[in-house]
Design a protein around this ligand. Structure first.
Ligand code: ZN
Length: 241
């Protein structure tokens, strides 16, 4: 049975490789090709190889997306605001990363990434390796898709964070348990409350690796309780003001 499966896979990979090589542009990012050829299942299309490469490297994507955003800067007149009415295009929650270029009022249109605001080139790449100009139909960098998913659902990356932290809880210094949870070092409500005025690309750092940590459940419960106390005080201050 194992033999049958491996023969099937070898045959599948032979076909996938042939398709990939046929569709591969003369210029193609080297690390992506290396990644693709090492997969247990070789991606049969260049675009799938690019997407898979970034999915495999969320930390790199996080860093790149923030660097690209820093190139764009925030559009003039934009501030981080949340939706108040029902019909608003603004984000509903401070948990969502602020993304000015996703707001219709500031969108840069076809060929620009809605996350970072920079031009999107062939295959969702962020550099014009082909000298072909932006792809007018694209509105996401492949890297920014991964970064956005990483920022929006960091809990999907527990294994990666565990490895980066060498299996130590960042709160207690103890060994990380199986039930460890992902935490924003500076809670996002506090980012919204106290750091809302920071320049936009810098704000994104609070969703990225610099503000993420894996901590044991008991440490997380204690931290959340302290944060709840802080929120209550902050609300009381707001009412008094
Ligand atoms: Zn982008």
């Amino acid at each position: 049975m194992a033999l049958k499966t491996s023969a099937w896979r070898a045959e599948r990979n032979r076909k996938a490789l042939a398709r990939l090589m046929k569709a591969l542009p003369a210029i193609f990012p080297g690390p992506v090709l290396t990644y693709a050829l090492r997969r247990p299942f070789i991606p049969p299309m260049p675009r799938l190889a690019v997407d898979g490469y970034w999915r495999q490297h969320p930390i790199r994507a996080d860093r790149l997306a923030r660097a690209l955003a820093a190139k764009s800067g925030a559009p003039a007149g934009w501030t981080w605001r949340l939706a108040e009415g029902r019909a608003s295009d603004l984000p509903r929650s401070f948990r969502q990363p602020p993304a000015p270029y996703r707001e219709p009022a500031f969108a840069r249109g076809g060929g620009h990434c809605c996350v970072c605001g920079q031009p999107v080139y062939r295959l969702g790449w962020h550099v014009d390796l082909w000298d072909a100009g932006p792809n007018q139909k694209a509105s996401w960098h492949a890297a920014c898709v991964t970064a956005w998913n990483f920022w929006s659902a960091p809990s999907d990356h527990v294994r990666l964070l565990r490895r980066l932290q060498e299996r130590r809880c960042r709160e207690s210094g103890k060994r990380l348990l199986k039930t460890a949870e992902v935490d924003h070092r500076l809670p996002l409500f506090q980012v919204f409350k106290e750091h809302r005025e920071l320049p936009w690309p810098q704000l994104l750092g609070y969703w990225g690796l610099p503000n993420l940590q894996l901590i044991n459940r008991d440490a997380h419960v204690a931290k959340c309780a302290a944060e709840a106390g802080y929120r209550k005080e902050a609300r009381a201050e707001d009412v008094a003001a």
